[in-house]
Design a protein around this ligand. Structure first.
Ligand code: 8YV
Length: 322
């Protein structure tokens, strides 16, 4: 019997995923869920055939160059793969995969939660109740803004963007989007396509960001573009913090140009996010939990394992990105 492939699993995964890993592979697990340094990753890779990482491990060109040749693949437990230098991986002959589809519903749910939380001042209200500072009620108390019937703008109409737009339709919202390519009519479902981000922005009462983090999208939502939004727009980000220029968004939130923001992802996350957000009442902040449901985390793990199954059976993995 030939030995099973050895998989270096960088973080603690759901039990069902680890059970399948143990059945089909020879995994190096991380039961204490400690965050490995690049040096530790490289050292532990000496014994492995592939790595199953999360977005918390950064595979820069330098790290990839230092990986031992026995590593054949990086099978990510994530849809985003901006933490992997795919050009460097390709040059080294590494296969890189991601986990699309399985997290679209969970992430879309969080985008809607952020939209509603921002519009209805949920974070501010929750803090007030907990601090026992809720002293009165009046018709002008904690008045927010309504999203029903307003315009919902999407940057990046991929899988998550499409599901989120569908949920927003449930609020009678009119969908506008920017995407590198216009969707076919059956996927567009009546949404209005804008060929540039600049064309889209004036139509967004709510702007929801769903594009990947790439050099082109870094800092995309800057002061100039924020100024193109209608007054009192709401900004939602469940994609990557890097798409937003924090100083510009904080200025717009302070000036009232942007009514409120709901953010699940940040530059400098987890422990070095822009301090300006922490002082603002009109932000609803979550700790990168877009995909954090039991169902989805298991789905992501199984999808990563489907990719590894294919790679070690000599087949093309379904979700190859390099
Ligand atoms: C994950 C995500 O929690 O999949 C992604 O790209 O941002 C999150 O949903 C995380 O990346 C897991 O590695």
């Amino acid at each position: 019997m030939s030995a099973k492939p050895v998989i270096l699993v960088t973080r603690k995964l759901p039990d069902a995923v680890e059970a399948r890993l143990k059945r089909d592979f020879d995994p190096i697990l991380n039961p204490t869920d400690q965050l490995y340094s690049a040096d530790e990753l490289i050292e532990m890779s000496a014994k492995a055939d592939a790595i199953l990482p999360c977005h918390t491990e950064k595979f820069t060109a330098d790290v990839i160059a230092r990986l031992p040749d026995n590593i054949r693949a990086i099978a990510n437990f994530s849809v985003g793969y901006d933490h992997v230098d795919v050009d460097a991986a390709r040059k080294k002959g590494l296969i890189v995969t991601n986990t699309p589809d399985v997290l679209s519903d969970a992430t879309a749910e969080i985008a809607i939660l952020l939209m509603l939380g921002a519009a209805r001042r949920a974070s501010e209200g929750e803090r007030m109740v907990r601090a026992k500072q809720w002293k009165d009620w009046s018709p002008t108390f904690m008045v927010g803004t309504q999203v029903t019937g307003k315009r919902f703008g999407v940057i990046g109409m991929g899988r998550v963007g499409q599901v989120t737009a569908n949920l927003a339709r449930g609020f009678g919202m009119e969908i506008h989007y920017y995407n590198r390519k216009q969707l076919s009519a059956d996927l567009e479902c009546g949404a209005t396509y804008h060929a540039t981000v600049e064309d889209l922005l004036p139509h967004c009462d709510v702007l929801s960001i769903h594009c990947p983090a790439t050099p082109e999208t870094t800092g995309l939502l800057n002061a100039e573009r924020l100024a193109m939004l209608p007054n009192d727009a709401i900004v939602v980000n469940t994609a990557r913090g890097g798409v937003v220029n924090d100083d510009a968004l904080i200025d717009a939130l302070q000036s009232g140009k942007v009514y409120a923001a709901g953010l699940d992802v940040f530059n400098g996350e987890p422990d070095n996010i822009h301090k300006g957000y922490l002082q603002l009442e009109n932000v609803f902040l979550l700790p990168h939990i877009g995909s954090a449901t039991q169902e989805t985390r298991e789905g992501m793990g199984f999808r990563a394992l489907d990719n590894l199954d294919a790679i070690f059976a000599g087949r093309e993995p379904g979700d190859r990105v390099a």
